[in-house]
Write a protein that binds this ligand. Sequence first.
Ligand code: NAP
Length: 293
Amino acid sequence: MAMIIDGKRIADEIREEVRVEVAALKASKGIVPGLAVVLVGDDPASDVYVRMKGKACEELGLHSVTDRLPASTTEAALLKRVAELNADPAIHGILVQMPLPKHINEARVIEAIDPVKDVDGFHPVNVGKLIIGEDTLRPCTPAGVQELLLRSNIDPAGMHVVVVGRSNIVGKPVASILMQKQKGANAIVTIAHTGAKDLRPYLVSADILIAAIGRPESIRGEDLKTGVVVIDVGISRVDDATAKKGYRLVGDVHFASASTVASAITPVPGGVGPMTIAMLMKNTLKACRWKSG
Ligand code: NAP
């Protein structure tokens, strides 16, 4: 049976490291890292994420500001708010919760955030720096995937990493991170997507499989190589009459079949999920350190 990669434990470890560093920064320089989260509209899932981010700041000693703006907020008003946060010295990280209402151009909003405060790592300047291998603010979930591997003593160097999914928030950045000629990376990376007529030849060749497609339990153990490391980024709700809430959360990988062939695997929930906020806290601390020299 595969080793279960406990994302909750690893995320807690990172959060504790951030908490200690934040306290030290405050004690030595009187500086408190600050994160602003802007939520436009009342999407319930986004609301939960925003609350979790505020709570994490509180627990780790960061200053946090949460702006809840109505769904009718104009793009101009949102850009104005972003400009204010860019200029606010108490704020080191800015996160505008996606998705935004249809009448707001997401790319324009992302590009309005000062790249040194872009703790989501989505600004084109940070995307470019990531690709050319410069130190930068990296997207939280992909950076969390690398941490999960390294803190589980799995070095991707020289391994064939197959990333399934090419979104700008997961697939592309995780591939960019792991392909770098850097410590903790240096993998041979393949990105698969819907352009593949048959995914199986790619899946079976993976030493490390990173699934980020949003198709519940669509990748099965039968399609994988014995000993593969499985990092399942996908999170989907499936109906389950036996569950209290009437549904359960599953990943893109069929856990029961994959865990009989894999050497290590992340569960869903409790794998990649908890890493995102931990890495957001780490990015905010990093942005603050840059600002404060
Ligand atoms: P997305 O923007 O919908 O992108 C999905 C990608 O998967 C696309 O590139 C798509 O290919 C590809 N794809 C879809 N079906 C496929 C198939 N059958 N075969 C091969 N490729 C396929 O999704 P995302 O934002 O990257 O998120 C992916 C999953 O990760 C979702 O379940 C999401 O909830 C989860 N997620 C979790 C976290 C977290 O744990 N913190 C964070 C972010 C996302 P095309 O480009 O060809 O359409």
